[in-house]
Ligand binder design. Structure first.
Ligand SMILES: C[S@@+](CC[C@H](N)C(=O)[O-])C[C@H]1O[C@@H](n2cnc3c(N)ncnc32)[C@H](O)[C@@H]1O
Length: 252
């Protein structure tokens, strides 16, 4: 039914072993689903669903779930995971800046570290509001601007079409985007990924974080060598910790 989304954004989010990162988000996905307040039959939309961390949990909770993502590769993994459990989840390929759904079609709309990456924040926020029914809930997560963000710059990494995703962790930005239509509450949370060594952590990060993997693959040798040195140095302890914001919205 939906048009195939192609191009550099979908490519940048494809081809990595992202499911290994998604596993480390388990407690965050649990938190998002709890906050969505799902009851049997609740119509749930998981925006930028990736490998299905929120969508599958929402289906287990009894929700009538749709997941949408720009990457066919991510969706294929979500499909396999849902089928392996016999979960009924509809998965659509599409862009969250142009959601192919009716107004007020969902009781609960979620996006865990997903919608924040779309280029046009206003348009994305408008779409999240449009598809959420009055009285419905919105739950978003966003990474804060932190040492891990700074290390990208130090590594010389550039983000073509960088959407300023970390702006979504700033209260005034979120209120400007969503405050007209949602009553908002912001909470904080922490995430930690630990490996047996810095080398092991670098292996996971460089192969499983899709945009980083894609950027390294496209970089020339000198750029890649410099970046690897910077990232390995930062990850040498074998631990990566970050802070995130949870945006809770009650649709007016
Ligand atoms: C960090 S992953 C998060 C995936 C999932 N929500 C989770 O919590 O594991 C970001 C996801 O956003 C998707 N994405 C990025 N830009 C998008 C867009 N404009 N529209 C829809 N999905 C997008 C990517 O393909 C990727 O699956």
């Amino acid at each position: 039914m939906l048009r195939r989304v192609s191009g550099s954004v979908a490519d940048a989010w494809s081809g990595a072993s992202y499911e290994r990162i998604a596993e480390t988000f388990a407690s965050i996905h649990d938190r998002v689903v709890e906050l969505l307040g799902i009851e049997p039959g609740t119509r749930v939309l998981d925006v930028a669903c990736g490998t299905g961390g929120v969508a599958l949990r929402a289906a287990r909770a009894g929700g009538d779930v749709v997941g949408i993502d720009i990457s066919a590769d991510q969706l294929a993994k979500a499909r396999r995971a849902a089928d392996a459990e016999g979960l009924r989840v509809r998965l659509d390929e599409g862009d969250c800046q142009e959601l192919p759904y009716r107004e007020a079609e969902f009781d609960a709309v979620a996006s865990a570290f997903g919608a924040i990456f779309a280029a046009d924040h206003e348009r994305t926020a408008g779409e999240l509001a449009r598809v959420c029914r009055p009285g419905g809930r919105l739950v978003l997560t966003a990474w804060e601007d932190d040492d891990w963000s700074a290390v990208h710059a130090k590594a010389g990494r550039t983000f073509p079409g960088d959407s300023g995703a970390r702006e979504w962790a700033k209260e005034e930005h979120v209120r400007a985007l969503l405050g007209d239509v949602f009553d908002l509450d912001l909470q904080r949370g922490g995430w930690r990924m630990e490996a047996a060594s810095g080398d092991e952590l670098w292996e996971v990060v460089s192969t499983s974080m899709p945009p980083l993997r894609a950027w390294l693959a496209a970089a020339d040798e000198a750029t890649r060598t410099h970046a690897e040195h910077v990232y390995r140095d930062f990850l040498a302890s074998g631990v990566l910790e970050r802070q995130y914001i949870v945006v809770l919205g009650a649709r007016r």
